[in-house]
Design a protein around this ligand. Sequence first.
Ligand code: RM4
Ligand code: MN
Length: 388
Amino acid sequence: MPDIAAVKAALTAQRIETPSWGYGNSGTRFKVFAQAGVPRDPYEKLDDAAKVHEFTGVAPMVALHIPWDRVDDYTALGAHANERGLELGAINSNVFQDDDYKLGSVCHPDPRVRRKATDHLLECVDIMDATGSSDLKLWFSDGTNYPGQDDIVGRQERLAEALAEVYERLGDDQRMLLEYKLFEPAFYTTDVPDWGTAYAHCLKLGPKAQVVVDTGHHAPGTNIEFIVAFLLSQGKLGGFDFNSRFYADDDLMVGAADPFQLFRILHEVAKNRGLEAETGVAFMLDQCHNIEAKIPAVIRSVMNVQEATAKALLVDLDALGEAQRSGDVLAANAALMDAYNTDVRPLLREVREERGLAPDPVAAYQASGWQEHIVADRVGGTQAGWGA
Ligand code: RM4
Ligand code: MN
C-alpha cells in the first residue's frame, strides 16, 4: 500500500500554475460578460493570483500572455509577484489576434508576416530573460479553411524554420513548450493539430523542445492518458494546460466535465515519475471563467487537480504490477478503481492543516473579504479580458 507520509509529501510538493487570463473577463464569440472587481492590469491579476496561492499553498506560479500582459518594466512586474510570494511562470505567445495573421503566423505564405510572428516569439524570450521564466509556450492558430487553400507540407516547412530560429535563441535553462489543437479557428487543416505533429517537431529541435498537452484540444473520445504516458516515457512531456470540455475547447474548470479522465491522466503522470520535480512537468491551468466568480473558480480548479493527484498517488502500484504481470485483468482494474473511489478530501484537508492553511480554501477565500475589497476598489479603468 502507498505510504501516506510520501503521498502527503508529494501533494505538498506539487505546484499548479495559474493563468493570468483566467482572472480577466472572458466569454464566447457571442458575449463576454463583465464581472465586478476584475483586474485592470497585470499587476492586479497577480494580486488575485496571490490569493489563490495564499489559500491553497500550491499555486505560486502565474503564466503570462503577451501582449495581454505587456508592461513597460517586466523586472518590476516580477518584483510585484515576488513581494506576494509568487513567481512568473510560462510566457504564452500570441500570434493569433492581429489582422496580419488572417492566413497564419509562422506558416503564413508571406515572409513578411512570418518574420513579424517569429519576432514576436523572440520578444517573448526577451521577456523570459527579464522575468526569469523558463518556459515559452507556443500555440499557433495557423491552418486553412478550404481544401487547396495552401500547401500542407510547405506550411510545415515554414513552421519548422520559425521554431528552429526561436529554439536557437533559448538560454540554457529555458525551453519551448509546443501545444497542439485539433481545430479552431482553422476549420480544414491545422498546422499543429495533434501530439504526433508537435512531437515530431520537438524531436527534431532537441531536448529544450517539449510537447504541452492541453486537455481540451483533442477530438472527443481521444485517450489522453495514452498520449501522456507515451510522451513521458520519451522525455517529451513538458506540461499540461488543464481545463475541461464537454464539446470542443470549452476551457471549463479542470475536473468538472470528467474527473475520472483527470484521474487516469494523473495516474500515468504519477506512475511515470511525472510528479518528480526533475521530470519538469509543468501543471498549468488554461481556463476561462465566463459565468462563475473567477478567483474561487481558480481555487476550485487547483483543488480538483489536487484531488485527482491524491487519488493517483493512492494507487497500489505493487498490487497493480503483480496483477498486470499475472494477467489478472480484474485485479489490475480494481487497483485503479479502489484508488479512484477513495474520498481524498479528508486527506487533503489534513495536508492543508498541517501546513497551517484552512482546510477549505474556497470557504477561507469567501470569508477573507478580498472579493468585497476588489469590487469596491477596482472602479474605473478598463477591465482586462478578451474585450469582444
Ligand atoms: C489557446 C491555447 C493557449 C492559450 C490560449 C488562450 O487555445 O490553449 O494555450 O494561451 O488559447
Ligand atoms: Mn492551452
